[in-house]
Design a protein around this ligand. Structure first.
Ligand code: NDP
Length: 407
């Protein structure tokens, strides 16, 4: 293998979402955010040598620069930040050609296809500022020896909170009731004709990794029956503590659950997993909450199932492509509780993944090892978390349609 040369001065391309439509906030809703000590499994939070940002401030948009500007500039590197990421000839595509490192967030993904990767002969590393590296052609990264890393755990618990919020709001039909209030109405019968208690329902997660397991922990106090399907079984002690029913297949899980939450990565094994056939095996009137990746669900099958009443509700924050086209059917389908891709980019989560990116870059520049759990692809192979959670191949097909979104 030919080792890529590592110049002293590097070009870092950072693709971030647009600034607020008005101005960057001068004052935030809260004066500070809680300081967390550790993740539940004892893994330490990102620990760079220093940070140059205030935790709790907007970092994921262009002006936030992930808090990297000072650090990179002082070390002589070039930082290019842009939100122009889709369509032929976009700024990100042009800048990629001679970049050494590319950073992108799943909320506003720069789709690093094989073609784009081929154009970037200096590219050594792609950093996902967040979790989930399906916006990159992982097979191409392996073939081109581009390392892929993400900030494992940084926003898993943020997403789990969003999942719980979405389960409750779908089952209780919050969106409809909120709309009635905003419209000046008070028809209680209209407000509750689709509203149920979650208590006593069967709630199941597809995957019980960091997010899936945290959702189960968070749902326990609601006195529901809990189910999971995962490629690896949880320790018996955890199954007992949470009174979990394990399923050998996703079909078995969906056939008994009132609420199904999807928490697995998107990779060739899970692409379009929730299609007409699998949805056909669900209980009539079940709810789906998908904060994992939009492409795990078939884009047309979901509205069909909501319209027929097979599904009572669908919520999530993930779409394919992102940004979703202005006429994406999930924007207007009945009984949905969609948000833009926000669950993992709360201001709290941003502070963690910005620190994680800084830690990764510090290691990279000093040629010291990046934590194993952060690795997805290393030296042409799936590695670390990548070897555990992904399969070979790519799921970026069709991503060029993201260019259809009109601001
Ligand atoms: P983890 O790696 O901790 O968990 C992923 C779990 O998925 C693992 O337990 C893995 O199982 C399981 N899994 C993988 N493939 C399958 C499969 N085919 N069937 C069933 N289970 C499978 O990751 P997180 O929980 O932190 O995150 C999960 C995903 O959530 C991310 O990959 C990302 O796509 C999404 N995410 C979304 C965010 C958002 O903002 N909406 C933010 C963060 C993450 P095993 O290890 O046993 O193979």
């Amino acid at each position: 293998m030919i080792k890529k040369s590592y110049p002293e001065i590097m070009k870092i391309l950072c693709i971030l979402y647009d600034d607020p439509k008005t101005v960057m906030p001068k004052r935030y809703a809260l004066d500070d955010i809680p300081k967390l000590e550790k993740y539940p499994d004892e893994m330490t939070l990102p620990s760079p040598k220093e940070i140059d940002f205030t935790p709790g401030e907007l970092l994921g948009c262009v002006s936030g620069e992930l808090g990297l500007h000072k650090f990179l500039e002082e070390n002589g590197h070039t930082l290019i930040v842009t939100s122009d990421k889709d369509g032929k000839g976009c700024q990100a595509e042009k800048e990629l050609i001679d970049s050494d490192v590319v950073i992108s967030q799943p909320f506003f993904p720069f789709y690093l296809t094989r073609e784009r990767m081929k154009s970037a002969s200096n590219l050594k590393m792609a950093i996902t500022a967040g979790i989930g590296s399906d916006h990159l052609d992982l097979q191409a990264a392996m073939d081109h020896k581009v390392d892929v890393v993400e900030v494992t755990y940084c926003n898993s618990r943020s997403v789990a909170e969003h999942v719980v919020m979405m389960i409750l709001s779908l089952v209780r039909d919050y969106h409809n009731q909120h709309r009635i209030v905003n419209e000046g109405g008070w028809n209680i019968a209209d407000a509750i004709q689709r509203s149920y208690d979650v208590e006593g329902m069967h709630v199941g997660t597809v995957a019980a990794g960091r997010i899936g397991l945290d959702v189960l922990h968070k749902m326990k106090p609601f006195d529901v029956h809990m189910h999971y399907f995962d490629r690896h079984r949880l320790p018996e002690s955890v199954e007992q503590e949470l009174n979990l029913t394990h399923h050998e297949s996703v079909e078995s899980l969906v056939s008994v659950c009132d609420v199904v939450t999807i928490n697995c990565p998107l990779h060739p094994e899970t692409e379009h997993l929730f299609n007409d056939e699998l949805i056909g095996k669900m209980k009539r009137g079940a709810y789906i909450v998908n904060t994992a990746r939009g492409k795990i669900c078939d884009r047309d099958a979901i509205p069909r199932a909501l319209e027929s009443g097979k599904l009572s509700g669908y919520a999530g924050d993930v779409w394919f492509q992102q940004p979703a086209s202005n006429d994406h059917a999930w924007r207007t389908m009945p009984n949905h509780g969609m948000t833009p891709h926000t669950s993992g980019t709360s201001l709290s989560a941003q502070a963690r993944y910005a620190a994680g990116v800084r830690e990764i870059l510090e290691c990279f520049f000093n040629d010291s090892p990046i934590r194993d759990p952060y690795l997805i692809v290393k030296d042409g192979e799936l590695a670390g978390m990548g070897a555990h959670s992904y399969s070979k191949g790519t799921t970026t097909g069709g991503s060029e349609e993201a260019a259809n979104f009109q601001k």
